[in-house]
Structure formats: C-alpha cells, structure tokens
Design a protein around this ligand. Structure first.
Ligand code: SF4
Ligand code: SF4
Length: 136
C-alpha cells in the first residue's frame, strides 16, 4: 500500500501549500508503511479526524465521508470557482471544498488557487483527460 497522500506521482499531503511532485520519492512514497510514515510531509489521516469541540458540532456523516481537519480545511466564506471538479459542502458553520480529481478536501491555500487559477490547474487538466478517456 502506498502512502495515502500519494496520488498519480504527486504528493497531496495537507502539509504542503499545494500538491507537488517535487517532494516525491518513489522508494519512500510507494514503500513500506514504516518508510512513508517517516516522511516529514506525512500526516496520519486518522489523527486528522480526532474530534475537537468544533468538530463535535459538525455533521457526523459528512465528517466520516470527508475526514475534515478544520484547522486547514474549514473555510469561512463560500469558495467561488468555475472549476467543474470542485464540490462545496456547508459544514460546521463554514464550508468545505472537495476536489473530485484529487479525491480529497482542499486546504485553504489550495482553494484560493482553485478560485483564481483553476483553468491552469494540472489536476483540472488531468480531470478533463480522464473524462475524455471515459467517454472514448
Ligand atoms: S511519503 Fe511523504 S512525500 Fe510521499 S506522498 Fe507521503 S507524505 Fe507525500
Ligand atoms: S482547480 Fe484543480 S485542485 Fe481545484 S478543484 Fe479544480 S481540479 Fe481540483
């Protein structure tokens, strides 16, 4: 099993300000659990769902499905992006943004880029390509 943050040659760890291939080392990212857990960009996906008082007020079903970590995912205003791959959820008095290409929630800094630069986002292009392949 590869590192849970490894997606198609890119590290999608929430510790990064944006997904990056520059930090990927196939040996480590696709290596054993001990190897990828020693990576400085690794965050335990389970630990990120431990409940804070804020999280306790949130919807349990959505929490289970999306595993939000309010410190990095909770948005105070509704994101405005024309990207067809972004999904917005109302959650815990704010909003969450989910990328259907990355299959995970977006961090605040990522959402800011999805709002401004979605048409040049590599994952937007990847999503378009896989859509085209599905139709073909
Ligand atoms: S091992 Fe580190 S660099 Fe590789 S995907 Fe996981 S968190 Fe990212
Ligand atoms: S702009 Fe990129 S990262 Fe953001 S939702 Fe669209 S495909 Fe995903």
């Amino acid at each position: 099993m590869p590192c849970p943050w490894y997606q198609g040659g890119v590290c999608t760890s929430p510790k990064l300000s944006k997904p990056s291939a520059a930090v990927v080392s196939k040996e480590r990212c696709l290596g054993s659990e001990a190897e990828y857990k020693s990576c400085r960009f690794y965050v335990d996906p389970e630990a990120s769902t431990r409940k804070s008082p804020l999280e306790q007020a949130m919807k349990p079903a959505l929490e289970k499905q999306l595993r939000p970590y309010p410190a990095i995912h909770l948005l105070s205003s509704k994101p405005r992006s024309d990207c067809p791959f972004i999904k917005i959820y109302t959650y815990g008095g704010g909003y969450l943004a989910y990328c259907t290409v990355l299959n995970r929630l977006l961090t605040r800094s990522e959402v800011a880029r999805c709002e401004k630069y979605w048409s040049t986002c590599p994952f937007y292009k990847l999503g378009l390509r896989s859509k085209t392949e599905q139709v073909a």
